[in-house]
Write a protein that binds this ligand. Structure first.
Ligand code: NDP
Length: 279
């Protein structure tokens, strides 16, 4: 049976470290502040925003909530972002995605001051990651790196296969694993022989958004499996992209869903806010 990589526990450690750093800043008169912009009331977004605000409380970070109606125009939203860019009391700006369909997400992300881009989605942040320069890093893949490091998983020289090539998980994950000196393959929906590709992996990281898609026959015995997926199965139960019961019988270590990558994403957001304030 695979060892469980406990994201909840590791996220608590990261949040405690972040709380101490936020406290040290407060003693110097700096209140770490995250602005959270939400447009509309998408139920999943409401849950994510609530979790982020709760994490702010735990870490001693102020959260400034900007809730806008569904029918907010692009001009109005851009003005909100510009005002937050100029507000010296705000260290981090998070625009909760997805935005309603009439709004241009990419333009909104580009409008955020890169110095306050705590989600790490701005082209400048992405470019810095590719060039190996310090900058804000996308929270989910950065959280995966912390899970691996703090669980004692060595990445150097290992075969790492990432399934999924989104801008927020798969692609930055690839850059981060390269930085850790792994040999990286990024697979996607057009990859041929996906099972064979996955079976090469010493470290398999999955972010595809398909409930329990990865079964035991995708896994090399002894692999470390990191499941970024957050899905609801046919009974409405929360589950990952891997079939946990099957895969944990073959893998050496695995992250559960819930309680794996999810809590790390929020913890890394908190860390990015404190990084921003320290800078
Ligand atoms: P996207 O939908 O943006 O990307 C999915 C990726 O998976 C695409 O690259 C797609 O390939 C690939 N893919 C889809 N189906 C297959 C398949 N059958 N075989 C191989 N590749 C496939 O998703 P995200 O990256 O945003 O999210 C992925 C998962 O991670 C979701 O469950 C999401 O909820 C979760 N997530 C979790 C977070 C957390 O905090 N833990 C944060 C962000 C996401 P192609 O490019 O060819 O279409």
């Amino acid at each position: 049976m695979a060892k469980l990589i406990n994201g909840k526990e590791i996220a608590e450690q990261v949040k405690l470290e972040t709380r101490d750093r936020a406290q040290a800043l407060r003693e110097k008169g700096i209140e770490v502040t995250l602005a959270v912009v939400q447009v509309g009331q998408d139920p999943a977004s409401c849950v994510y925003v609530r979790n982020k605000k709760k994490a702010c409380e735990v870490c001693g970070i102020l959260s400034k909530s900007i809730e806008l109606p569904e029918e907010t125009t692009m001009d109005e939203l851009m003005q909100v972002v510009r005002d937050l860019n100029e507000d010296p009391s705000v260290n981090g700006i998070l625009v909760q995605l997805p935005l309603p369909a009439h709004l241009d997400e990419s333009a909104v992300i580009r409008a955020i001051d890169p110095k306050k881009d705590v989600d790490g989605f701005h082209p400048e942040s992405v470019g810095k990651l590719s060039l190996g320069l310090p900058g804000f890093e996308s929270c989910t893949p950065a959280g995966v790196i912390q899970l691996l490091k703090r669980s004692g998983v060595v990445c150097e020289g290992k075969e790492c296969v990432i399934v999924g090539r989104s801008n927020i998980v798969g692609k930055p994950m690839g850059m981060m694993m390269l930085r850790e000196n792994a040999t990286v393959t990024i697979a996607h929906s057009r990859t041929q022989n996906l099972k064979e590709v996955c079976r090469r992996a010493d470290i398999l990281i999955i972010a595809i958004g398909k409930a329990r898609f990865i079964t035991a026959d995708y896994i090399k015995p002894g692999a470390v499996v990191i499941d970024c997926g957050i899905n609801r199965d046919e009974n409405g139960k929360l589950c990952g992209d891997t079939d946990f019961d099957q895969v944990s019988a073959v893998a050496d270590a695995i992250t559960p869903v819930p309680g794996g990558v999810g809590p790390m994403t929020v913890a890394m957001l908190m860390k990015n806010c404190v990084d921003s304030a320290e800078l």
